[in-house]
Design a protein around this ligand. Structure first.
Ligand SMILES: *[C@@H]1O[C@H](CO)[C@@H](O)[C@H](O)[C@H]1NC(C)=O
Ligand SMILES: *[C@@H]1O[C@H](CO)[C@@H](O)[C@H](O)[C@H]1NC(C)=O
Length: 251
């Protein structure tokens, strides 16, 4: 299913340039032969702090992440599909992300990250109509999603933007994959509140979560990628490349 995503996240963007890294992000030296291992180590130390958000660095709160409205709109190429809107969704668990691998390639100006989130808990309101896995579905109510052992990868390109005699990194072309080890879903008030049909549909969705996730995952990838890219770009817009990745760490 190809989906169009309209994401309106409540991100805060005040202005003002800051030139140094936040204290909780320790720099890694470009000339360090174990540079990528350093990024994994310092990255893991920084994640819980970054997830709390930091107004000074324009980092939004990532845990819990508030998504005001996420819309999955039926693709015009496909007659069968679903219109799904999530409102006032709260995503919890990103602060426990474990970064497993980092590959920052300065020649290709490309970055790869791989990590795991042990538990992602999403609650919110939904409204949907259409079909899921060929089954007709409609309703408006509450939705709870529990994802366990979520494996994520991110690939991104970056380019340099010169400003005031410094160069800054701008991240583009973020792609990601998100694969959960298991998914549990609970959707209330389906089919106008028909309990029998609603219960049957919940059982069906939980039994078929793999296929369900495969269908909806392009949207989920996009949400993760956009949130990550905007968070990283808010940091890299204010901190020069040479401050973020010095050749050597000053003693
Ligand atoms: C992003 O992708 C486009 C299309 O492949 C490419 O032209 C562009 O150079 C990429 N951006 C960066 C920063 O590498
Ligand atoms: C689903 O959520 C509702 C309330 O949001 C709760 O009453 C119900 O017990 C839950 N069902 C399951 C199977 O967890």
């Amino acid at each position: 299913m190809r989906c169009l995503l309209l994401l309106v996240a409540a991100l805060i963007f005040p202005t003002g340039a800051i030139k140094t890294l936040p204290l909780y992000i320790k720099p890694c030296a470009r000339l360090d032969p174990k540079f990528n291992e350093c990024v994994v180590k310092h990255g893991n130390e920084a994640i819980p702090h970054v997830a709390k958000g930091d107004q000074k660095y324009k980092i939004p709160v990532l845990d819990p992440l508030d998504l005001k409205e996420v819309k999955v709109v039926q693709d015009e190429q496909r007659p069968v599909g679903i219109a799904l809107t999530l409102r006032n969704a709260k995503v919890q668990g990103l602060k426990d992300t474990v970064l497993r691998k980092a590959d920052i390639n300065f020649d290709r100006q490309h970055t790869f990250f791989e990590g795991t989130v042990p538990l992602v808990h999403i609650i919110g309101q939904y409204e949907m109509s259409g079909r899921i896995l060929v089954q007709p579905i409609n309703g408006i109510g509450d939705i709870t999603l529990i994802l366990r052992n979520v494996h994520m990868t991110f690939d991104e390109d970056w380019k340099f933007i010169p400003r005031d005699g410094e160069k800054y990194v701008f991240i583009e072309n973020v792609t990601s994959s998100v694969v959960p080890g298991s998914v549990n879903v609970n959707i209330t008030n389906l089919f106008g509140g028909n309990k029998l049909l609603g219960d049957q549909m919940n059982i069906f969705l939980n039994e078929n979560w793999k296929q369900l996730f495969k269908d909806l995952s392009p949207v989920i990838f996009k949400i993760f990628a956009e949130v990550l890219a905007s968070s990283l770009n808010t940091i890299t817009t204010d901190i020069p490349f040479d401050t973020m990745f010095p050749e050597r760490i000053p003693k």
